[in-house]
Design a protein around this ligand. Structure first.
Ligand SMILES: [Zn+2]
Ligand SMILES: [Zn+2]
Length: 241
């Protein structure tokens, strides 16, 4: 489990037929108050738990699981992980938290065709993604996570309740699936997505000073060029009307 800074560890996703989201472990290890950011795809929980244990982090130190959003490649193995750390609270933006609590899985699968495919392929039953959410985020909160401070930014567009987590002094951004390395952005054709909102969210993130970009998939970037996110937004502008 590579260390990015003293307070952020990284568990790379293991993509196979389907993408598996990266998980970030946030907080000072000595605080005994760590948070996982996202979980990953169906069946991709146990290796992540093992990675944490191999890094000599006690599972009892993990107190919270925060979702950047609730697509299947991020929430698929949440139940698997929660079983190992049943005390951990689940924090989700309220727009997607409400869906999870109602057992409305449109926000998980994104489209009907994908739901049918995944349910038959991975033996998922309807109702597999009904969760109680301990804290519903709004955006604008400042979270104290194990001795580190993160701002919650609501960045809809890829999904309605996508959030970014921003560490202002270390200039670290965890944007979920909103923006990636290589000038890529999240798709905006799934349930709850909206191209014009994605554009606004990118512009909003573009106003932040970011040195370290820790997206939900693909490469992480440790020295992000200045203006990278705004440039990305501009490259996609014609598609984001
Ligand atoms: Zn997504
Ligand atoms: Zn994703």
């Amino acid at each position: 489990m590579p260390k990015i800074t003293e307070e952020v560890y990284y568990i790379p996703g293991q993509d196979e037929f389907m993408p598996d989201a990266h998980v970030y472990v946030v907080g000072n290890p000595s605080s005994q108050n760590l948070s996982l950011i996202d979980a990953g795809f169906v069946g991709k929980g146990s290796y992540k738990i093992q990675s944490i244990q191999k890094a000599s982090i006690e599972l009892s130190a993990i107190k919270t699981i925060i979702m950047t959003h609730t697509h299947l490649d991020h929430i698929g193995c949440l139940a698997e992980i929660s079983k190992q750390i049943p005390w951990a609270e689940l924090w989700v933006h309220h727009l997607e938290a409400d869906l999870l609590e109602q057992g409305d899985e449109r926000g998980v699968y994104g489209m009907d065709m994908f739901r049918g495919l995944c349910q038959s392929q991975f033996g998922l039953k309807p109702g597999a993604f009904k969760f109680q959410v301990n804290r519903k985020l709004q955006g604008g909160e400042t979270l104290e996570l194990g001795g580190t401070v993160w701002e919650v930014i609501h960045i809809p567009g890829h999904s309605m309740g996508s959030i970014g987590l921003y560490h202002r002094s270390l200039k670290i951004l965890i944007p979920g699936d909103v923006v990636y390395a290589d000038y890529a952005i999240g798709r905006f054709d799934l349930y709850g997505a909206e191209a014009s909102q994605l554009k606004k969210s990118l512009v909003r993130l573009g106003e932040l000073e970011v040195d370290i970009l820790l997206p939900g998939h693909n490469q992480i970037v440790k020295s992000l060029p200045k203006g990278y996110i705004l440039k990305t937004a501009m490259q996609w502008e014609t598609y984001l009307k």
